[in-house]
Design a protein around this ligand. Structure first.
Ligand SMILES: C[S@@+](CC[C@H](N)C(=O)[O-])C[C@H]1O[C@@H](n2cnc3c(N)ncnc32)[C@H](O)[C@@H]1O
Length: 288
């Protein structure tokens, strides 16, 4: 259940609450998603689905670059679909939206009309109650010869030097580790279990073939400035908020000082923040 908030004592992520942050980030992602869309789809792609769409960066990239393509943006959160419709109006790009969970094969099938040539699911399958079953549900949406692409794996982004001169060194690695524990707790709450193997094997188990991996390096050197710095601060703020219950008291205090805009340790004044990440996309094909 995507909508239970951590403040209710649940480890599940509250995505509805995050809609304004998704909105703030979306326009900056346009070029990156257009590039990815061009890699995943071509003029022969007639129908596509973006599942767990969030602000629907992929759905808009596809709709705006491939003439005649019909794309449906699907999410389990009504707030995200409202956001997608707002963006559709702003961009002048009509977008079909549908409410469905990746855990619910019947709702997913009802959300799309007919088999899809391309199904994209960015950073959502790892939130499913049963990620392996979710991949099966996504594969079931494909036409024979159609392609499933998932944004999963890769590395968590890193922005900070290992030693900040305040707090215990390794603060950011411990934040990443806290995130992994929260995700494990979310899965346990769903009564699910994490995949005991990698995404390539999971796609194979879903009956797909031609499994490929695309790795995109994000490497912005220090110092970060302008929107890059804003993004780093927002990304860290979000993670600290999300993983709060999984941090030690000492690290929580350090983060509070680092993220306090009025305090002497505010990260926004530092000239040694960088952005390093690897975004991984797996693709696989449904046998004809
Ligand atoms: C981390 S965001 C990713 C958004 C976007 N796809 C991206 O890659 O930036 C996860 C999105 O999946 C949605 N979501 C979470 N659980 C879901 C589920 N079980 N079924 C469908 N969507 C879900 C959330 O509402 C949110 O919009």
């Amino acid at each position: 259940m995507a909508s239970q908030g951590h403040h209710h004592g649940s480890a599940a992520f509250d995505f509805a609450e995050q809609a304004p942050r998704f909105r703030a980030r979306a326009d900056a992602e346009t070029d990156r998603y257009r590039h990815l869309a061009a890699t995943l789809a071509g003029p022969e792609t007639r129908t596509a689905v973006d599942v767990g769409c969030g602000a629907a960066s992929m759905a808009f990239a596809l709709a705006e670059t491939i003439p005649g393509l019909h794309v449906t943006a699907v999410d389990a959160e009504p707030a995200m679909l409202d956001l997608v419709q707002d963006r559709a109006a702003e961009r002048g790009t009509p977008m079909t939206t549908a409410l469905a969970s990746v855990d619910d094969p019947a709702a997913l099938a009802a959300a799309v009309d007919g088999p899809a040539d391309l199904v994209w699911a960015g950073h959502v399958v790892h939130h499913a109650a049963d990620p392996q079953a979710a991949l099966g549900n996504l594969a079931a949406l494909l036409a024979p010869g159609g392609r499933l692409a998932i944004g999963e794996g890769g590395t968590a982004p890193q922005f900070l030097p290992a030693n900040l001169g305040t707090g215990r060194p390794g603060l950011e690695l411990r934040l990443i580790e806290a995130g992994a524990r929260r995700l494990a707790a979310e899965l346990a709450e769903h009564g699910g279990t994490p995949l005991p193997y990698g995404w390539n094997l999971a796609l194979e188990h879903a009956g797909l073939t031609e499994i490929r991996t695309l790795n995109e390096l994000v490497a912005k050197p220090a110092p970060l400035e302008g929107p890059d710095l804003d993004h780093a601060l927002a990304a860290l703020e979000t993670r600290v908020e999300w993983f709060d219950a999984f941090l030690t008291g000492e690290d929580r205090d350090t983060w509070a000082r680092l993220l306090d805009r009025d305090g002497p340790d505010w990260l926004g004044r530092r000239r040694d923040l960088h952005h390093l990440a690897i975004d991984t996309v797996y693709t696989a094909v449904k046998p004809a």
